[in-house]
Design a protein around this ligand. Structure first.
Ligand SMILES: Nc1nc2c(c(=O)[nH]1)N[C@H]1C(S)=C(S)[C@@H](COP(=O)(O)O)O[C@H]1N2
Ligand SMILES: [Mo]
Length: 165
């Protein structure tokens, strides 16, 4: 007698909590432009899968940013991502989920060991908190060079694609 009610109660509970369990976005990154490796039919794009991204060596940056208190970020070195696609272009245009775009010399990210962070304080970045990728620099280590409006513009979040030029 009680069993059907129990089932209904359990189902109701599942539906009630579903919106609270927010899934992190897939770690997919599309790269095009001046690259020497491609993996699509038209030989113009390299789509880096989540599995490939997770295979890259993980680096850690502990820093504050203009938007976050001192936190621990992890992800691949931006320079390792460029190596993976055989980047030959030296200027990178970033495309994001919120349609922000910015171009910068690849050397900028390389010089500071910037990472494409996909976790913050041990948790996958969700879209609402800068995911899937947040280009993070060790700002606290180079405060004079990496603080201010010009530097802030190069902390790019919600990164979805790169174009090498
Ligand atoms: N995804 C994404 N990253 C971004 C931006 C943006 O609009 N979207 N704005 C950039 C610029 S120009 C600056 S100055 C700062 C802006 O941060 P704010 O929106 O907190 O002022 O983040 C940079 N990174
Ligand atoms: Mo800006």
């Amino acid at each position: 007698m009680a069993i059907p009610y129990l089932r209904i109660a359990v189902l109701w509970l599942l539906f009630a909590i579903a919106p609270l369990v927010r899934a992190a976005p897939p770690l997919a990154l599309e790269v095009q432009g001046k690259i020497s490796r491609t993996n699509d039919a038209s030989h113009t794009v390299y789509r880096i899968s989540e599995a490939e991204l997770l295979k890259l060596p993980v680096h850690t940056i502990v820093t504050s940013t203009r938007w976050t208190p001192k936190s621990t970020f992890t992800g691949p070195l931006f320079s390792d991502v460029l190596k993976l696609v055989g980047a030959t272009g030296r200027t990178v245009e970033f495309l994001t989920l919120d349609d922000y775009t910015v171009s910068m010399p690849a050397s900028n990210a390389e010089r500071y060991g910037a990472i494409l962070a996909y976790t913050m304080n041990g948790k996958r970045l969700e879209v609402r908190d800068f995911g899937p990728f947040f280009l993070v620099y060790p700002r606290d280590t180079y405060p004079s060079e990496l603080t201010g409006a010009a530097a802030d513009a190069r902390f790019v979040w919600q990164v979805k694609a790169l174009i090498l030029k």
